[in-house]
Design a protein around this ligand. Sequence first.
Ligand code: NAD
Length: 520
Amino acid sequence: MDSNLDFHSVRDRVFGDLGLFQQVSGLYDGQWVAGEGRGLIAIHSPINNECLAEVAVAGEKDYDRLIERAWASFDEWSRVPAPKRGEVVRAIGDRLRAYVDSLGLLVTLEVGKTPVEGKGEVQEMIDIADFAVGLSRQLYGMTIASERQDHRLYEQWHPYGVVGVITAFNFPCAVWSWNAFIAAVIGNVVVWKPSPSAALTAIATTNIVNDVLDEQGLPPLFFLAVDGAGEIGQRMSSDSRLPLLSFTGSVRTGREVAARVGERLGRSILELGGNNAAIVTPEADMEIALRGVAFGALATAAQRCTTTRRLILHESLSDSFLPRLVEAFRNVKVGSPLESGVLVGPLIDSRAVDGYSSAIGRAEAAGGQVLVGNSVLALPGLEGGNYVAPTLIEGLPPDSDIVSEETFAPILYVFRYSDLQEAFAIHNCVPQGLSSAIFSNNLREVEAFLSVIGSDCGLASVNTGTAGAEIGGAFGGEKETGGGRESGSDAWKAYARRQTVTVNYGDQLPLAQGVTFDVN
Ligand code: NAD
């Protein structure tokens, strides 16, 4: 960005473009339901704590009506041929192209991402829409050789029905689209419960996509229920009318969701917290490593599930790489994302700032030394904003309690290693298993990292950072990250029920395994 943008002008323009007002409904059950009589939540911008709008949340009865309507839509939608469903998603992707700027800037206002990252979020929706269009012609199953004469054995994939999607604040629309567009081309209908901290982005997105459906005379497919404190999320988790629930959020909430869905023997896709590490070896290209680690640790103010939270550095690099990283942390511009040159915006709210301070306090109490950072910033003109200084801490045991937790703030813990086995042990000693990286040009080091003795994560990168996944691959992580996979590759199979089909086209009834059962 070349110049600073004015907060109020941006807000007015974005609200005008997206049809948002001072008070908006957070309930779309096939139409926008007026807010009268429902509770209100205020949406504050993390940039300066100004109230952007109030949202009328959904109540229990609203939710029940919404689910009934969603199932009614499913009856119609599931019978549309998949490639035709793909055409609808193509039109949605095209419509989103017209909103990259305004929706991207709404993301900036509401959750504090830099404009380029806010637009990237919308671009990701467009990319997954394109992917889903192609997928709509490739929903194939296998044919298997039958052991019985004149029999055919194959598998096919059907939609589940109404799929629930609960999302976190930090990817306020992209993660929904990963789920929603893939689920929709398979024939599902989607009910979205967004984070209350990012409700406006969800409302604007729902508006855009349902306009396209209205224009085409199609039933509503993308339902929305905003809540205030997870009440609707709890209902969804316990609701057997949602055969599949996709949940993105913290490990703590994910545990509760998984237990509720498990209790009713439903299916879930869990995309939970990460605690991602980058290993930098003496064989790395140091320029690439420096930029990769800095981007991974600081982009989105470290509020990505894939943020680099641990650096595992070869001991020989202590006097070369580490001082440069300290300088990068010291010099990176923190401030309003609307200001030119700012790379690190605000944290989402004051609770996140408290989490930052408390984590640093606990790290120091456990013997950690702060190399740079450890300060809550009061920036002129941005009073009330949630700004903190990027922080590097070393000297902690790699398995200490505070390191084992995901603190959603720019704190990077540094560890040293002498041989690669030790680096892998440090790498894998945390409970989460989302994203990992090694910076090295040595084939043996790289392949060891990618082998079974190396990274235990769902995502492994070489000479690029832990953050910034492409939509074409399956996204997700192991251990406490929950095991879910979304987005590309064959992640679509999680949104479909597999049916194994046996057809006997002969005039006999041979049984499998040679069993005989002659009733005559
Ligand atoms: P959070 O767990 O606080 O909230 C996530 C969602 O759960 C929100 O919509 C929230 O309203 C809802 N919720 C709250 N209580 C609930 C309950 N009892 N039952 C059901 N739903 C409930 O997470 P957050 O602070 O919004 O997001 C940050 C977290 O999300 C981080 O841990 C981050 O790593 C994780 N995340 C993971 C991925 C991934 O793909 N693995 C992606 C983005 C974010």
